[in-house]
Design a protein around this ligand. Structure first.
Ligand code: PFF
Length: 464
C-alpha cells in the first residue's frame, strides 16, 4: 500500500515508491516526459505564428537561462522531499523554517497537469488517426492539397476527433492504472533515438526540397521588429511546456532519484535531447512549408499538413509515415503519463484511493474537460473569447501563465527559502557550477519570469 510517510535513513529520506534503477532510467523517464508533441507539433507552429527567428532565439535563451535552472531546482526539491509534489512542498516549507503553505505550488501543478492533458490528449488522438491513414497509404505521393483535405475532413468531424481523444485517454489511463511505466521506460530507450534518426532522415529530404535556405533563414534570422511581448511570453511558455517543468511532474520523478546521481548532468542531458528534437522538427518543417507555398503561421495543423507530404514522397513512404506517427504517439503517451502523475499520486496518497481508481477518476475528468478542445476545431470553432477558442484559452492559461508561475515559485523556493547547505548538498557541493545555478535561480529566472508575465499583461509600462 502506498503511504505518504517518507522514511528517514541516516538523515536522508527514502521514497516508499522505490527508486530508479539507474541514472539512465531516470534520464529516460524525464526525457520521455519532455520529448513529446511539444517538440514536433507545438514548437514549429508556435514559432511559425510568432514570426520565426527572433522567437527561436528568445526560446533558446529561456531554455538555458530559465528552463535549465528551474529543472534542476524541481528535481532537487523532489529528491529532498521524496513525496508527491503537494506533500513535498509542505514538508520542505516546514523544514526550511518557512510554511506548509508552499504546498499550493503542488496544487497548482495538479490542476495544470489536468488542464494540459485535456487538450494534449486531443492532439495525441490526431496522431493515432494519422497512423491509420499512413498505413492505408493516404499520403503516398500526395499533394499539399490532398494532405490538407485529409486534415480538414478529419478535424472537421467532432465525432472522429472525440473517438481518437477517447482512445488516447483510455491508453493513458490503462498504463497509469496498472503502474507499468517501467514498460514504457523501456520504450523510451528505443523511441527517442528512433525519433531522432527519423527526423535526421527527414532533414535530408528537407534539404533537397528546394526551400531549405528559406526555411533556415525563417528560423534563424531574427527580425526583432516582429517580436512583441506576447511572443516573448509564448517563447517562455513553450520553454516550460517542452521541458515539462513548472508543474511538479519532474518533481515527482525527482522523488525517486538515488542520492548519488548528478542532477546537473541529468538535467543537461534532458535539455539537450529535448531542444535538439525541437530544432530538428523546425528545420524539417519550415523548408516544406515554403516549398509547398504553405503559411508558417497556419496554427495547430501545421505539422499534420507538412510532414505527411515529405513522408509520402519518400521510398517506402507508407511504412515511414506509419512509423513516424507511431513514434510520435509513443512520445505523446510517455508525456501524458507525466501530466497525470501529480494528480494521481495526490489522490492515492491523500484520499486513500488505489492507483487504478485514481487513474480512472482523474482520467474521466480529463476526458470530459477535453471535449471543449475537441469541439474547438469544429462545432465550436467560432466560439471565441480572450485568446481564441476553448483550446487556445486552455493552452494559453496553462503554458503561458500556470507553468511560468509554477516555475517562479520553484525558483524562489529553491533559491531563497531553502538554505544554501540544503541545495549545495543536493547539487553535489558548492563548486562553480553550483554558484552559477544559484545566480540563475535567485535572480535571472524569477526576475525574468516576473518581468515577462507583467509585461505581457501590460502591467509594466514602456520606459520610453
Ligand atoms: N513536455 C511535453 C511535450 O513537450 O510534449 C509536455 C508535457 C509533459 C508538459 C509533461 C508537462 C508535463 F508535466
Amino acid at each position: 500500500m502506498l503511504s505518504n510517510t517518507a522514511v528517514a535513513d541516516g538523515g536522508k529520506r527514502k521514497s516508499l515508491h522505490g527508486h530508479w534503477s539507474s541514472k539512465m532510467a531516470f534520464i529516460l523517464a524525464v526525457t520521455g516526459s519532455a520529448v513529446g508533441l511539444g517538440n514536433v507539433w507545438k514548437f514549429p507552429y508556435v514559432a511559425g505564428e510568432n514570426g520565426g527567428g527572433a522567437f527561436v532565439l528568445v526560446y533558446l535563451a529561456c531554455v538555458i537561462l530559465i528552463g535549465l535552472p528551474v529543472m534542476m531546482s524541481e528535481i532537487l526539491l523532489g529528491r529532498r522531499g521524496r513525496r508527491n509534489p503537494v506533500a513535498t512542498m509542505a514538508l520542505l516549507g516546514e523544514e526550511e523554517g518557512s510554511s506548509r503553505q508552499w504546498r499550493w505550488l503542488g496544487v497548482l501543478g495538479v490542476v495544470a497537469g489536468i488542464l494540459i492533458l485535456s487538450y494534449y490528449s486531443v492532439i495525441a488522438g490526431w496522431t493515432l488517426y494519422y497512423i491509420v491513414q499512413s498505413a492505408g497509404g493516404a499520403f503516398q505521393n500526395a499533394t499539399a492539397a490532398d494532405v490538407g483535405a485529409v486534415f480538414d475532413n478529419f478535424v472537421g468531424s467532432w465525432q472522429a476527433v472525440l473517438l481518437c481523444h477517447t482512445l488516447f485517454m483510455a491508453l493513458t489511463v490503462f498504463v497509469v492504472a496498472r503502474g507499468v511505466e517501467r514498460g514504457l521506460e523501456q520504450a523510451v530507450r528505443f523511441m527517442v533515438p528512433a525519433l531522432l534518426t527519423l527526423m535526421v532522415v527527414l532533414l535530408g529530404y528537407a534539404i533537397t526540397s528546394g526551400s531549405f535556405a528559406e526555411g533556415l533563414a525563417f528560423m534563424f534570422t531574427p527580425d526583432f521588429s516582429k517580436l512583441t511581448w506576447d511572443s516573448v511570453l509564448a517563447a517562455m511558455g513553450q520553454a516550460f511546456f517542452t521541458l515539462s517543468i513548472g508543474m511538479g511532474a519532474i518533481m515527482a520523478y525527482g522523488a525517486y532519484l538515488p542520492e548519488e546521481t548528478s542532477i546537473t548532468g541529468a538535467s543537461g542531458a534532458v535539455v539537450t535531447a529535448d531542444t535538439s528534437i525541437a530544432i530538428l522538427a523546425g528545420l524539417v518543417i519550415f523548408p516544406l512549408v515554403f516549398a509547398n507555398g504553405l503559411n508558417p503561421g497556419e496554427g495547430p495543423g501545421l505539422v499534420f499538413q507538412t510532414l505527411p507530404l515529405a513522408l509520402g514522397q519518400m521510398p517506402a513512404g507508407a511504412f515511414f509515415s506509419t512509423l513516424f506517427f507511431v513514434l510520435l504517439s509513443f512520445a505523446a503517451w510517455t508525456s501524458a503519463l507525466g501530466l497525470m502523475e501529480p494528480a494521481v499520486a495526490w489522490l492515492v496518497e491523500h484520499h486513500e484511493r488505489t492507483r487504478a481508481q485514481a487513474a480512472v477518476i482523474i482520467g474521466g475528468l480529463i476526458w470530459f474537460l477535453g471535449i471543449g478542445s475537441v469541439l474547438s476545431f469544429n462545432a465550436l470553432s467560432d466560439f471565441t473569447f480572450l485568446n481564441g477558442t476553448i483550446f487556445d484559452n486552455v493552452d494559453f492559461l496553462t503554458s503561458n501563465v500556470m507553468l511560468p508561475l509554477g516555475g517562479l515559485i520553484i525558483a524562489v523556493f529553491a533559491g531563497w527559502i531553502m538554505c544554501r547547505n540544503s541545495s549545495a548538498d543536493e547539487l553535489g557541493g558548492a563548486g562553480s557550477l553550483y554558484k552559477l545555478w544559484r545566480v540563475l535561480t535567485r535572480y535571472v529566472a524569477p526576475v525574468g519570469i516576473l518581468f515577462v508575465l507583467l509585461k505581457a499583461v501590460g502591467l509594466l509600462p514602456d520606459l520610453s
